[in-house]
Design a protein around this ligand. Structure first.
Ligand SMILES: C[S@@+](CC[C@H](N)C(=O)[O-])C[C@H]1O[C@@H](n2cnc3c(N)ncnc32)[C@H](O)[C@@H]1O
Length: 184
């Protein structure tokens, strides 16, 4: 998984890049990285709780890439300031701060880990992005109902089967899903 993330984030466009829920994976601000987490892990971290429901503190179209590694499965369903499913609101925020052509590198654990962990609220897979996927004809009715625009094009989808500290026994099943999306 670590190697997939490293490879997928190797050729990201130059310019501002957001590392959302960075944890200990602090990326170099000199390379344009903004590291965000609600834990003040490092002086280079913008301390921000995504659950607060305040708009992300960046202008429209700021970022050329967003790294979403092992974070989206932590997003709650509700936030006091936001009406409805919070994930939809966060997605609209991430799309707002993404420049056209921005790449999103997404990696999230597969079942059973994704669903069993007490800190996880959801499984993140390709279907999570269905309402925004440009090539998904079935999503149009729901997307229209929710006033969502198809903004994401899938560039890469990988099922990662790697030894993982969270999954000490090798069952031969997926341990994570890796996706690269392009904002159109
Ligand atoms: C499993 S760790 C992944 C860390 C890092 N992306 C990596 O790949 O090593 C999830 C990270 O998301 C952060 N996080 C979870 N919920 C958050 C929130 N509401 N706002 C900001 N960060 C959050 C946690 O503090 C943690 O550092």
């Amino acid at each position: 998984m670590g190697r997939w993330v490293a490879e997928a984030s190797e050729d990201l466009p130059p310019g501002p890049k957001l590392n959302l829920g960075c944890g200990m994976d602090i990326r170099d601000p000199g390379d344009g990285w903004v590291n965000l987490d609600y834990l003040p892990i490092d002086p280079d971290v913008v301390v921000w709780d995504l659950e607060c429901g305040d708009p992300l503190p960046w202008a429209d179209h700021t970022f050329k890439a967003i790294l979403l590694v092992d974070v989206l499965e932590h997003i709650p369903h509700r936030s006091p300031k936001v009406k409805g499913e919070f994930f939809f609101w966060l997605m609209e925020q991430l799309l707002r701060v993404s420049a056209p052509g921005a790449k999103w590198v997404v990696c999230s654990p597969a079942p059973p880990q994704s669903l069993a962990s007490a800190g996880h609220t959801r499984l993140i897979d390709r279907g999570t992005f269905l309402e925004w996927e440009t090539t998904e004809p079935d999503s149009s009715a729901e997307a229209q109902y929710l006033s969502l625009l198809p903004r994401l094009r899938l560039l890469q989808y990988s099922v990662l089967r790697k030894w993982n500290w969270r999954q000490p026994v090798w069952f031969g099943r997926a341990c994570a899903y890796g996706m690269v999306w392009e904002v159109v």
